[in-house]
Design a protein around this ligand. Structure first.
Ligand SMILES: *Cc1c(COP(=O)(O)O)cnc(C)c1O
Length: 309
């Protein structure tokens, strides 16, 4: 994974501060107890001019909801945050970007009980290419079922994009990479397929796509976009639990997420999926997705928040 390239400014509690000055104390609560939540959003340069943030409102709504789920309310309104994202992109002159809003319990008390003080909030932007690699995006990635189960909704709640939840993802991802795979697939505590360390999963059989229902997974905005896109393209989409052997025997499979976009899966647990490369349905969904996010397709225009500088 390439090193993080600094950009000029990070939005920090309402002010744009130089990248290197956006720092916190080592006794910040979130660093010790995982009391934070975040978003991952992408902005794309539009061939018709300017740039657009994909589904900004939906991301910032989920951000505010993460705070609600965790009982750690966001001190900024959704509208303030949407504006702050655009301000951060334009201040940094970013035509394409990965955008990372984060709210966290800051410095001031070390008990488990979070202090009453408002959370700190930052928005950083940087350039991030294909998260699972350019080759993975084109040819498909190799995946291993994790020995770690996806969090049970009564341990940590999967609908919050919480920092603490990501310990589960890190355990799974490190295990998979150390075993020589690109990504981990986690099962839920009942043994059904859940999701990857930071992506939702779809399987394809004939003209039917299937994805995990919203039980143990994060409610992915890419997942939702693909459900709508695929239905509009004439595919049948089912939200249903499925098992790993159903995945093994699928014609095609792919991951989706803001970071991973639409990444084909070519192998799971050393079983070749379909023909062992990106399948035709996956390719058609991937193409449609990339046409929607940069405004090449006029449909779904209400998913784009345009900006220019
Ligand atoms: C962020 C995330 C996803 C993908 O969600 P998008 O809204 O599509 O970016 C999937 N799973 C997990 C665990 C995530 O944190």
């Amino acid at each position: 994974m390439p090193a993080l390239e600094p950009t000029p400014f990070i939005w920090f509690n309402g002010k744009l501060v130089p990248w290197n000055e956006a720092q916190v104390h080592v006794l910040s609560h979130a660093l010790h107890y995982g009391t934070s939540y975040f978003e991952g959003i992408r902005a794309y340069r539009c061939p018709t001019g300017g740039s657009a943030v994909f589904r900004l409102k939906d991301h910032m709504r989920r951000f505010v909801n993460s705070g609600k789920i965790l009982g750690l309310p966001c001190p900024w309104s959704q509208a303030d945050l949407e504006k702050a994202v655009i301000d951060t992109l334009t201040a940094n002159k970013m035509e394409t970007a990965y955008i990372r809003p984060l709210a966290f319990v800051g410095y001031g008390s070390m008990g488990v009980l979070p202090p009453e003080a408002p959370l700190d909030v930052i928005i950083a932007v940087w350039s991030w290419g294909a998260y699972l690699g350019a080759e993975g995006m084109d040819k498909g990635v190799r995946v291993k079922t994790s020995s770690f189960s996806r969090i049970h909704p009564n341990t940590l709640m999967s609908k919050a994009k919480a920092g603490g939840n990501y310990v589960n993802s890190v355990l799974a991802k490190v295990e998979a990479v150390k075993c020589g795979y690109d990504e981990a697939l986690m099962l839920d505590v009942q043994g059904f397929v859940s999701e990857a360390s930071g992506e939702n999963i779809f399987i394809v059989r004939g003209n039917t796509l299937k994805t995990t229902p919203l039980t143990s997974v994060l409610e992915g905005i890419s997942r939702d976009s693909i459900i709508k896109l695929a239905r509009d393209m004439g595919y049948t989409v089912e939200e249903q639990l499925f098992t790993r052997d159903e995945l093994y025997c699928a014609d095609e499979a792919f991951f989706c997420g803001t970071a991973a976009e639409v990444t084909p899966i070519r192998e799971v647990d050393n079983r070749i999926i379909g023909e062992g490369h990106a399948g035709s349905v996956t390719k058609s969904i991937q193409r449609a997705f990339f046409q929607v996010v940069d405004g090449s397709s006029a449909k779904y225009a209400d998913w784009l928040a345009h900006y220019s500088f």
